[in-house]
Design a protein around this ligand. Structure first.
Ligand code: FAD
Length: 221
């Protein structure tokens, strides 16, 4: 399935992250946490497909991506830096393994927050955020995507961690075994992981070594 969709707005979220909203095709549905393969409908770019995650709610009248751009790679995300209202993207069938099961811990690094944005926004709308907790790691405070919204939704249940800076209200830390031992009350709950491959692999190994069952550690394989 391919749909060509017109961009209705582009806003800057951080110094290198953009929120792109698009018209939503009739009967297009995704599960919060899912992505789709996206290309830019411009000569030379149509066959360059990259996965991006839907960050709006299924009920919203538009689709939304929240995209970190890498100018140095000269690839699709660099090209998306100059995309604007009225331009078009091509989206395909939604896919992905990250799906909300039950309360637990969300652990995200950088743009790895995107599947959790969709899930947390939906839970918030449904009044089901409960005791879900988010650990969100970034290099600097300027890299934190949707910080205010995440804090408004989760309050004390979000911990922002900076790996490069140490600034007042943020924890200067790494999500390693000591961090997890200090912050996780129950390793039998669900864990949702998304971030750089190395971080996901390390954290999942730590969780398993602390007794988490593989089917409760959810990430994109
Ligand atoms: C399921 C899934 C969902 C995703 N959802 C999102 C999302 O919602 N938002 C988001 O921001 N990202 C998301 N991503 C990541 C996103 O797909 C990549 O950032 C994107 O594919 C990068 O595309 P690009 O063309 O800009 O660069 P790439 O295709 O990564 O690279 C282009 C070229 O640059 C070079 N290159 C590659 N890596 C590096 C590097 N580290 N340093 C220097 N040069 C390099 C290589 O020559 C490569 O061919 C998701 C990924 C997956 C798997």
């Amino acid at each position: 399935m391919e749909n060509t969709v017109k961009i209705i707005s582009v806003t800057e979220v951080t110094h290198d992250v953009r929120c792109i909203r698009m018209e939503k095709p009739a009967n297009y549905h995704f599960r919060p946490g899912q992505a789709t393969d996206v290309s830019i409908n411009k000569p030379g770019w149509v066959s360059e497909q990259r996965p991006f995650t839907f960050t709006a709610l299924n009920d919203d009248p538009y689709l939304e991506f929240t995209i970190k751009c890498y100018p140095e790679r000269k690839g699709v995300t660099n090209e998306l830096r100059s995309i604007t209202t009225g331009d078009e993207l091509i989206i395909r069938t939604p896919w992905g393994a990250i799906e909300y099961k039950d309360e637990g811990y969300f652990i995200a690094g950088g743009a790895g927050i995107t599947p959790f944005i969709a899930i947390l926004r939906q839970l918030n709308k449904d009044g089901r955020l409960g005791k879900n907790k988010l650990f969100f790691s970034n290099k600097t405070s300027g890299d934190i995507i949707y910080e205010q919204e995440l804090f408004a939704m989760l309050g004390d249940n979000v911990v922002f961690i900076l790996t490069q800076d140490s600034m007042g209200k943020y924890a200067h830390d790494f999500i390693d075994d000591i961090f997890l031992e200090n912050h996780v009350e129950d390793f039998n709950r669900n864990f949702y992981l998304c971030g750089p491959d190395k971080m996901t692999a390390n954290v999942s190994q730590i969780l398993i070594s602390h007794g988490s069952k593989p089917d409760t550690v959810i990430f994109e394989k």
